[in-house]
Design a protein. Structure first.
Ligand SMILES: [Zn+2]
Length: 406
């Protein structure tokens, strides 16, 4: 493959530069006109802002209804009613899981995400059907994005027969991580739930990513059990906790939990939820960055049987993160952009350097060839304006331009 010479782009909104990229990494950065384009495909960046590509590290490609006629939300108020609403309706979708997941992943890539971690529900009702749909989407876009798949027991592990075996089969069939969910509230047997999750991880040599919506002391208790198993199995750097609403509390127990999260290098993912004073849901992003905790952003479901939110655009979700965090300062809003891009990349690959407040990685010589060019006077302006004019590069090749896949 010929290298790509991106002309006239501004890394993180700085001075204009030309950037030479091959399939593996950024190879050279120089003042405009100073890098030879010989043998390279030259592309005019037109003064756009060069960023690491977006990383959606918490999405449910199997449940999406993007691209289908809109259906009013019929879920109830509880998490269980959402789970059952999905179960009652997903088979009546107008297109197959594979078609819906492929379309949605394409929309995500077109808008700048080239690193994705998707959950795929595995349960007694759907077996591996949803998982196989996500596998098909990953395969359809294998030249445009890197996709990790989590075998996700959305309906619990021990409420219905055969789920551990299905999870085992998913892990033998291409799943990259094993998931889990609210071990106290769903299975109502946290030890058994987490022992099954970590046993599967240990046997298959895969990472763990657990949905933890449980709040307050119940959530901290479940988190403690996760940390205990992470330590016992030597899985530091290979465990993620999604949502982690209990860490949004300002209670004293949170300090101790965060210390251990940092020590065991457990990654966190957030979907930028809006909490309230009495029920906080928003992770303390700045504090996580100061502590060196890996944190990434995701879109969760997209126009599905859970909620109408989500449209594949991680720049919009970055706007939501900055909004729900209550940020107005440019440096803080840029931190959100760093979380949505490099933060997620470090959730997927723990060997990458981690973020810190004000650190703007991902666009220097040697950094991965996963990049996006967005429009805006500054990075903060790009978040506020969210222009659809974008260039998206995966493995050094342009895979989408101005909302269209290549
Ligand atoms: Zn989720």
């Amino acid at each position: 493959m010929s290298p790509t010479l991106l002309r006239n782009v501004r890394p993180w909104g700085g001075d204009a530069r030309d950037v030479l990229i091959d399939a593996d990494a950024i190879r050279e950065i120089g003042a405009p006109g100073t890098i030879s384009a010989e043998g390279a495909v030259a592309v005019d960046g037109d003064g756009g802002i060069l960023l690491p590509s977006f990383s959606d590290v918490h999405v449910h490609l199997d449940s999406t209804r993007m691209g289908l006629p809109f259906r009013p939300n019929t879920a109830g108020d509880t998490r269980w009613s959402h789970i059952m609403n999905d179960r009652e309706n997903w088979r009546s979708a107008e297109r197959s899981v594979a078609d819906r997941a492929t379309y949605t992943l394409g929309r995500m890539i077109a808008q700048g995400a080239t690193r994705v971690r998707s959950h795929a529900q595995v349960d007694a009702d759907s077996g591996l059907e949803k998982f196989e749909g996500v596998l098909a989407a990953r395969d359809a876009h294998r030249d445009r994005a890197s996709v990790e798949i989590v075998a996700f027991p959305q309906v619990g592990i021990h409420l219905e027969d055969g789920v551990p075996d299905l999870l085992d089969l998913a892990l033998r069939s291409g799943a990259d991580l094993i998931g889990g969910i609210d071990p106290c509230e769903i299975d109502r047997d946290p030890i058994r739930h987490l022992d099954t999750v970590f046993d599967l991880a240990d046997r298959h040599g895969v990472g763990v990513d657990i949905h933890l919506h449980e709040g307050g002391s119940l959530g901290l208790f479940s988190l403690d059990l996760i940390l205990e198993r992470t330590r016992a199995l030597g899985m530091a750097g290979r465990v993620s906790v999604s949502h982690a609403f209990s860490l949004a509390d300002r209670s004293p127990g949170v300090d101790r939990a965060l210390e251990q999260v940092a020590e065991l290098d457990v990654a966190l993912t957030t979907i930028a939820p809006k909490g309230s004073l009495t029920v906080p849901l928003d992770l303390p992003i700045e504090r996580l960055l100061e502590t060196g905790v890996r944190v990434g952003l995701g879109m969760d479901g997209q126009r599905d049987y859970w909620s109408p939110w989500g449209d594949g655009d991680m720049l919009e979700r970055t706007w939501m993160l900055a909004f729900t965090q209550g940020f107005s300062r440019d440096d803080l809003i840029e931190d959100c952009l760093a979380v949505a891009t490099w933060g997620g990349a470090s959730v997927i690959d723990a060997t990458l350097p981690r973020l810190a407040p004000g650190v703007r990685p991902g666009v220097a010589v040697g950094d991965p060839a996963e990049l996006v060019v967005v429009r805006g006077d500054t990075p903060t302006a790009a978040v506020m304006d969210r222009s659809s004019e974008r260039l998206v590069l995966h493995r050094g090749r342009i895979v989408a331009e101005n909302d269209d896949l290549r």
